[in-house]
Design a binder for this molecule. Structure first.
Ligand SMILES: Cc1cc2nc3c(=O)[nH]c(=O)nc-3n(C[C@H](O)[C@H](O)[C@H](O)COP(=O)(O)OP(=O)(O)OC[C@H]3O[C@@H](n4cnc5c(N)ncnc54)[C@H](O)[C@@H]3O)c2cc1C
Length: 352
């Protein structure tokens, strides 16, 4: 974090804050230190549930003075567990979960500990949204600070493209409002630099109008996966910005429209959605499905129809639930060439 160390130790064993301070032995200690990835099992000395910006400032000052390391916790979805630490302080922002929507200015002020679901709910009441990730129990904090990819990014940009300002508490205890004009370098850094530049207690986002969308929730046989991925490679560079198409190898979920004998077997899930009007979406998505059929790939299971944005955002929440042991690796590819597709499909067929 930026800034210089603040006050010397004041002898207190806990920070003087309005929120709860949870230490080992507290009945909520295990719940308070648990994060999304069950492979992360760390034992902090303190979990401080900050009630407001002042609590954040006080906790930082106390921790620095006490020589304790600090991690910041938003939604707890950091896959390597960057939001929890052994023998240090977890600065838990979960209670900073207010969302204030200005439907006229089309902006929302969002507490630093909000989950995506909090923002989707509050903005969709007004028929508005801001682009975010695809799993609604993810934290706005970590997702925004890392960039933010999601269903609507081709049309509306990444989450950081829609960030207007932030309130940040720096390591030396200053509370700053950063935007394009004020502290512009800090504002640049929080748009993709991760949680390293201070504790963001509030995000301000631009909002866009969005009603229900058309979705085709498709699952393809593994044998058809190369055809689907090649089609995706060919089509997406020139596809309209409203079209979103992603693909991942998973076991076929227990969808109402999934053939029972295939549930639990490896498939390629490749949902197509149209981030625009439902009628146009139905027509355009059907065109892409027809193109796929001409190429020889018919879905094993497909659920077509209009879907509310908040429902779309929650659609895969259970598939990506808390409490599983996760190990992730990622890579950027310049091109989805045939050799890569072959490797992906071979691995996809043997997921366990
Ligand atoms: C199930 C799942 C689905 C995902 N889906 C998507 C997706 O669709 N799109 C996408 O772009 N990403 C996605 N991600 C990645 C996700 O955005 C990152 O893991 C992100 O860091 C999680 O943020 P968090 O606040 O939930 O996590 P945390 O573990 O709480 O925080 C992650 C990092 O950000 C820091 N941090 C969090 N909040 C703040 C804050 N307010 N101020 C300062 N630092 C903070 C933490 O200290 C930590 O270093 C997904 C991850 C998971 C586990």
């Amino acid at each position: 974090m930026i800034g210089t160390p603040p006050a010397p130790p004041d002898g207190r064993t806990t920070p003087d804050v309005a929120g709860a301070v949870i230490t080992p032995g507290h009945p909520e200690y295990d719940a308070a230190r648990t994060v999304w990835n069950a492979a992360v099992d760390r034992r902090p000395s303190h979990v401080v549930r900050c009630a407001d910006t002042e609590d954040v400032r006080r906790t930082l000052a106390w921790a620095r003075g006490s020589g304790l390391e600090v991690t910041v916790r938003g939604g707890g979805h950091s896959i390597p567990g960057h939001s929890v630490i052994d023998d240090g302080v977890v600065l838990d922002l979960g209670d900073l979960d207010g969302v204030f929507v200005d439907p006229v200015a089309r902006t929302a002020r969002v507490g630093g500990g909000c989950l995506l679901a909090d923002v989707d709910r509050a903005t969709q009441v007004h028929g508005l949204m801001t682009p975010a990730g695809a799993i609604s129990h993810t934290g706005v904090g970590g997702l925004t600070l890392g960039g933010g990819l999601g269903w609507t990014m081709r049309r509306f940009g990444l989450t950081v493209d829609n960030l207007l300002s932030v309130e940040v508490v720096t390591a030396d205890g200053r509370v700053l409002r950063a935007d394009e004009s004020n502290h512009p370098e800090l504002f640049w850094a929080v748009r993709g630099g991760g949680g390293n530049f201070g504790v963001v207690t509030e995000f301000e986002f631009a909002l866009h109008e969005l009603g229900p969308l058309h979705l085709a929730a498709n699952a393809f046989r593994i044998e058809d996966a190369p055809t689907v991925l090649r089609a995706m490679r060919d089509v997406m560079p020139t596809a309209p910005d409203e079209l979103v198409w992603s693909a991942f190898f998973r076991f076929l979920p227990d969808w109402p429209w999934a053939p029972a004998e295939h549930v639990g077997r490896p498939v390629l899930l490749a949902p197509l959605a149209w981030v625009g009007g439902v009628e146009e979406g139905r027509r355009r998505v059907n065109e892409f499905m027809a193109d796929l059929a001409r190429r020889g790939a018919e879905p094993l299971a497909t659920g077509h129809g209009p879907i509310e944005y908040v429902t779309l955002q929650r659609l895969n929440d259970e598939l990506n639930g808390h409490g599983h042991r996760n190990y992730h690796k990622s890579a950027f590819l310049r091109d989805l060439d045939d050799a890569t597709i072959e490797v992906l499909c071979a691995r996809g067929a043997v997921i366990a």
